[in-house]
Design a binder for this molecule. Structure first.
Ligand code: HEC
Ligand code: HEC
Length: 274
């Protein structure tokens, strides 16, 4: 019986074919993992690789009609000298800028510029007169942030305009503060340090860096509670964990496959010998 089975296996499939298939599978899994893991990370605005020269030419094409050729301001729009990279990143990553028509500067719109283009323009504006910079990952990290403190700070500093849950609200003079449901941690930080339109600036003297992280943690956490089905940034972690679990499972299957192939080889040697 050993002989029959093993000769069928030997004829149908050379032992090396099993290893080739396993190797192929591993390469494919590696490529898949690389594609999935590389995706979200590359979306962050790259400050180090930003080109102010390219930013200047993009600005002349898309922003200068309102803000002036040297960003010095016109009767249409304010000067951006000293506004800082953070203001450009906030305004452009939320789709507020470039404004299409007067009056539409204060709402989120679809973003038409790439993260690289935004980083380039931000770098050029930063080079003109300094100003608040785009926060790095540690400045917006919510790990270990004090959410209870964040809630307290939010209700004393932000809720009068944005409402208790960050759902937005009407301001006394007919304008409104937007909902914070779509704001990323970076955008929340940038709104605090640049004070868009009617919002005050909350510098580090008013709200310390740790308090900023607490506020960001509170806003993003309330949002997750209020909208359990919605997209939250925490999801990235779950996806990564899923991939790791999947790869571990795959590794286990590969071990079983190798063990089986080795067994078949033993059987064939045994079969031929008798
Ligand atoms: C149609 C005119 C118009 C165009 C085009 C335009 N802006 Fe603006 N921009 C405005 C107005 C008006 C304001 C002031 C709005 C406010 O106070 O909220 C503004 C405000 C800003 C601010 C906030 C300034 C601050 O001190 O916080 C930034 C940054 C900005 N614009 C960048 C840009 C960039 C970058 C572009 C091109 C990609 C651009 N804008 C294109 C009209 C325009
Ligand atoms: C005086 C009213 C006022 C206060 C106080 C205020 N904001 Fe704002 N906030 C605004 C207005 C108005 C806008 C919209 C500005 C615009 O569109 O140009 C805004 C915009 C924002 C945005 C951008 C929303 C988006 O589109 O993603 C964030 C984030 C934000 N505020 C966070 C805060 C936080 C955090 C605090 C407290 C530390 C705060 N705000 C305090 C009025 C206020």
């Amino acid at each position: 019986m050993g002989y029959r089975v093993s000769s069928i296996i030997a004829r149908r499939r050379h032992p090396a074919a099993g290893y080739a298939a396993i190797a192929g599978g591993l390469v494919l899994a590696g490529a898949l993992y690389g594609a999935l893991a590389g995706g979200p990370a590359s979306a962050a605005p790259g400050q180090s690789s930003a080109s102010p020269a390219n930013g200047r030419s993009l600005f002349i094409q898309s922003c200068a009609t309102c803000h002036g050729i040297n960003a010095q301001g016109t009767s249409q729009a304010p000067s951006l000298i000293g506004a800082g990279a953070a203001a450009v990143d906030f305004q452009m990553s939320t789709g507020r800028m470039p404004a299409k028509e007067p009056g539409a500067e204060n709402t989120r719109k679809p973003v038409t510029f790439s993260p690289q283009q935004i980083a380039d323009i931000a770098a050029w504006i930063q080079s003109l007169g300094g100003g608040p910079t785009i926060p790095d990952a540690t400045q917006v990290s919510t790990s270990g942030a004090d959410t209870a403190l964040g809630e307290e700070l939010f209700s004393t500093n932000c809720a009068q305009c944005h409402n208790a849950g960050g759902s937005g609200g009407a301001l006394t003079y007919g304008k409104s503060a937007p909902s914070l449901v779509a704001s990323t941690p970076t955008q929340i930080y940038e709104a605090m340090v640049t004070g868009p339109e009617a919002m005050p600036v909350f510098g580090d003297g008013t709200i310390t860096p740790d308090e900023k992280r607490a506020i960001i943690a509170y806003i993003t956490q309330t949002r997750t509670e209020a909208n359990p089905g919605g997209f939250s940034l925490g999801r990235t972690g779950t996806v990564t964990e899923g991939i790791v679990a999947w790869l571990a499972g795959l590794g286990f299957l590969v071990l079983i496959a190798m063990w089986l192939t080795a067994k078949r080889k033993d059987m064939r040697i045994g079969g031929e010998g008798s």
